[in-house]
Design a protein around this ligand. Structure first.
Ligand code: BGP
Length: 487
């Protein structure tokens, strides 16, 4: 019986190109869809936790698209934490922390600035060779997200984004370059970050601006089908081009409980689980559209156009591992008057038994053990927790941050991971989200910090960008050194 973390457990950290790299037009990179997302200084922090305030509508999207005089501080993703220019310094810090694996995303618009370019951008490829080589030289494995929401903007404005089946061809051409030029540096590949984001955060997931979309749900599921096909094509290419690398699936995990013991709430939790979580991993890990979705598609009048061979492609190209982001849990109920709170990507039903973060996310470490058991029992595949962490306000004092609240959050979640391993779950890795402070994806705030490494920058882009080790840096270093024994 496994009573502890495996000797080769992959303790790590995760970031995303859009939220960290900056240098949005440097090195031959083209504009991408996340470069348009803007910070709203007029809102309070509380107002920013409400998803509707950070989402595009047609008017705000067009305003950003046609902004001829963009102020950098209004578009935090355009400067990030300047990781593009500071990655060597940061990797030294990551090596000191002792991480075994580093998860980041590759920016498609660095490789193909317009997405439909005949040839790739050599300077972009070289950046990733340098970055991943620096990791390898320090004994850090690479867990590369191929697409973390941001497609080259031209693919949206000229081709309509993921609703156009052509995106599959552009994506496959992009992946061929990655496998050919970066295949020797990457151990774990993740074709899509949170592939269910298309349903819950349409602009992030499938680059669809919801309002003014006549058949929104039909469009979203057509886009997601194209992403399923692109995912399967990536698995197929990996079999042909790569030896040993693993390709995985990932969702944003919405772990949910019935709000009461009423059978109606139990049924609602089963449906919520199927429609929010299992559907996406089932297609990529089991290789077919599950029957329970027939009911959903019929009720929502959704008709997905498939091409000959699509179902065979899905069946023959399932993933090698599964992963998910886990931050919070929610409850399912048929009671329309249930109290709501914020969560990752969504507004959620509040669980009265759980405490919430400053952004309203319900902290539930035991929920992580529950999730790991559920996911492993369903797929019997190795699991990597691709994201987990606590977004909080931090106060830099005397060159550090006394973030005991973050240590408590991380400690209880690592303990839940250990319990799941003792339950028999094949958990192989954990990449703490935002382990170096980066710009929040949901609220575009720098002040929503996840890191064990503090970055001196505020919500408006002011600061020295200096990096500082928080108290949690030393906690995580010890956790890694002792393979999860000393917490
Ligand atoms: C996930 C995204 C990450 C990250 C995380 C935390 O959905 O994959 O990019 O943003 O959420 O969310 P936030 O940054 O809104 O706190």
């Amino acid at each position: 019986m496994k009573t502890n973390f495996p000797e080769d457990f992959l303790w790590g950290g995760a970031i995303a190109a859009s939220q960290a790299d900056g240098a949005y037009l440097q090195g031959g990179k083209g504009l991408d869809t996340q470069d348009l997302r803007f910070f709203r200084p007029e809102l309070s922090q509380k107002e920013r936790t409400d998803r509707k305030n950070s989402r595009f509508n047609k008017e705000t999207f067009n305003k950003a698209l046609n902004d001829t005089n963009p102020k950098l501080e209004n578009y935090p993703f355009r400067h990030g934490i300047d990781f593009y220019n500071r990655y060597l310094e940061d990797i030294e810090l990551f090596a000191e922390l002792g991480i075994k694996v580093f998860r980041t995303s590759i920016n498609w618009a660095r490789i193909f600035p317009n997405g439909d370019d005949a040839m790739p951008n050599e300077e972009g490829i070289q950046f990733y060779i340098n970055l991943f080589d620096a990791c390898q030289k320090r004994g850090i494995k690479v867990f590369a997200t191929i697409l973390h929401y941001n497609i080259p903007l031209n693919l949206l404005t000229t081709y309509g984004g993921w609703r156009n089946r052509k995106l599959v061809d552009f994506y496959v051409k992009y992946v061929e370059v990655l496998f050919d030029r970066l295949g020797d540096y990457v151990d774990y590949w993740l074709p899509f970050n949170e592939i269910n984001a298309g349903k819950f955060s349409p602009y992030n997931g499938v680059c669809v601006v919801p309002d003014g979309e006549p058949e929104l749900e039909n469009t979203i599921f057509q886009c997601i089908h194209h992403q399923f096909i692109a995912n399967a094509m990536t698995v197929k290419l990996a079999k042909k081009m790569l030896s040993g690398s693993k390709v995985g699936a990932m969702i944003a995990r919405f772990t949910t409980y019935p709000a009461t013991s009423r059978p109606e709430d139990m049924m609602q939790s089963i449906l919520d689980d199927q429609y929010s979580n299992w559907f996406y991993l089932d297609v990529m890990a089991r290789g077919y559209y599950p029957e329970y979705m027939d009911r959903y598609f019929k009720q929502a009048n959704i008709n997905i156009k498939m091409e000959p061979g699509d179902l065979e492609l899905l069946k023959e190209n399932t993933v090698n591992f599964v992963s998910f982001s886990y931050y919070f849990s929610l409850v399912s109920t048929t009671d329309q008057g249930w109290e709501r709170t914020s969560g990752n990507l969504i507004m959620a039903n509040k669980n009265p038994h759980l405490k919430s973060s400053e952004w309203g996310w319900q902290m539930d470490p035991l929920g992580l053990r529950i999730t790991l058991n559920q996911v492993y029992d369903r797929y019997r595949l190795p699991i990597i927790i691709a994201e987990n962490g606590l977004g909080a306000h931090d106060q830099l004092e005397n060159g550090t941050v006394n973030d005991d609240y973050r240590i408590d959050y991380l400690k209880t979640h690592v303990e839940a991971m250990r319990e799941a391993i003792i339950d028999g779950v094949d958990l192989i890795g954990y990449t703490m989200w935002g382990f170096i402070d980066i710009v929040s994806c949901g609220s575009m705030e720098m002040s929503k910090r996840y890191g064990v490494i503090y970055v001196d920058q505020d919500d408006y882009g002011n600061g020295t960008l200096e990096r500082y080790k928080k108290k949690s840096f030393y906690w995580y270093k010890k956790c890694i050194e002792t393979n999860g024994e000393v917490l």
